[in-house]
Design a protein around this ligand. Structure first.
Ligand SMILES: Cc1ncc(COP(=O)(O)O)c(C=O)c1O
Length: 337
């Protein structure tokens, strides 16, 4: 049977610490405070800053909205523009001093100039940059605070990172993890070199994801060590090269029509029936996630977000793959479309 393409990452090796690593990329000291996942890091930030309102893009996963809910803060959703940047003119009319705005670097893409102008004008608002889908913030990170979720990007089993680019935050008091079963799926996939036991590790992964919640728990030492021992540069290179290959072949479906100037997390495409396509590709052992079939608002005003939720799926471009894998994705996709 051919090896699967896509899906969560097998646990990476822990080698010796490297000078250029994910820790240096994200500007983290050796003793940085790591959370169990991004939603916990964000929850902590909200409990420290206590903003009166949090603005979330209408196109977002429910995990982020759960953190706001749990903190007791009021959520307000805002629309995106077709280029996936926040609608800055909408926000500029409605923001009050003290509000907190979350912006997502979707698939790695930073927001456009209009949002950056608004951000520069509104120093009375807190700006949070969600980099769950970005290997690195663009050269000039635009958020006062930057959030990462490394298990979406490389073979670590957990992790949520909060980088402050303004005042230093108080140190979080985190409960150490008592249950390490969330690592099982990643180990099982790593150890199943011939990928014959797909069903077992995929079930373990789904179960550990279902247990994720916003709570003040620490990142595992396993993740901490791997982040310090992994050079991100080859990962960035693979993503850019693989993305270009897919763009040449699948430009007609691409969400972004041009070669990106950022490191892409995946190759998002828009299709009429993502549900069938995901399942047809999975039957050919190609796994393409949907971000996100369920978004936390269904208000008609957010028609673009609803349309994205109903049409986008993401093809893998990460460092596990090369041009031949991209060709396999393309030929299978064309056959089932
Ligand atoms: C943009 C974005 N932000 C936040 C999260 C939540 O991250 P975590 O699962 O580490 O809490 C996700 C998860 O998919 C995400 O895609």
């Amino acid at each position: 049977m051919s090896r699967a393409i896509g899906g969560f990452f097998p646990l990476a090796d822990t080698g010796p610490a490297k000078e250029t690593s994910y820790l240096s990329l994200w500007d983290l000291s050796d003793d940085f405070t790591g959370f169990h996942n991004l939603r916990s890091a964000f929850f902590f930030l909200l409990t420290v800053l206590r903003p009166p309102r949090v603005w979330l893009p209408a196109y977002i996963c429910t995990a982020v909205s759960q953190s706001v809910l749990r903190s007791g803060t009021t959520t307000v959703f805002y629309p995106l523009k077709p280029n996936l940047s926040p609608d800055a003119s909408h926000l500029s009319k409605l923001l009050d001093a003290g509000d907190l705005v979350v912006g997502v670097d979707y698939f790695g893409q930073p927001p456009d100039e209009e949002l950056l102008d608004l951000r520069a004008r509104r120093g009375d608002v807190t700006w949070v940059e969600d980099c769950a889908q970005a290997l690195c913030a663009p050269v000039d990170a635009w958020g006062d605070y930057v959030l990462y979720s490394p298990r979406k990007l490389l073979g670590v089993p957990d992790g949520g990172i909060l980088v402050s680019r303004c005042d230093e935050l108080p140190r979080a008091t985190l409960t150490p993890l008592t249950d390490s079963s969330f690592i099982d799926a990643y180990r099982l996939r790593r150890d199943d070199e011939d990928e014959v036991d797909n069903e077992t590790w995929h079930r373990a992964f789904r179960e550990s994801e279902a247990r994720m919640s916003p709570r003040l728990c620490a990142m595992s030492d396993t993740t901490r060590r791997i982040l310090g021992a992994t050079d991100p540069r080859p990962h960035m290179q693979s993503r850019v090269t693989n993305y270009r290959t897919l763009l040449e072949e699948l430009g007609d479906l691409a969400l972004f029509e041009e070669v990106p100037s950022f490191v892409p997390s995946g190759f998002p495409i828009r299709v009429k029936d993502p549900v069938s396509l995901v399942s047809d590709l999975a039957s050919r052992r190609i796994f393409a996630p949907r971000y996100w079939p369920n978004i936390p608002t269904s208000a008609d005003a957010f028609h673009l977000a609803l349309a994205l939720a109903a049409s986008v799926l993401t093809l893998p471009v990460d460092h596990r793959y090369d041009t031949s894998h991209m060709q396999t994705i393309v030929s299978n996709l064309r056959e089932v479309l």
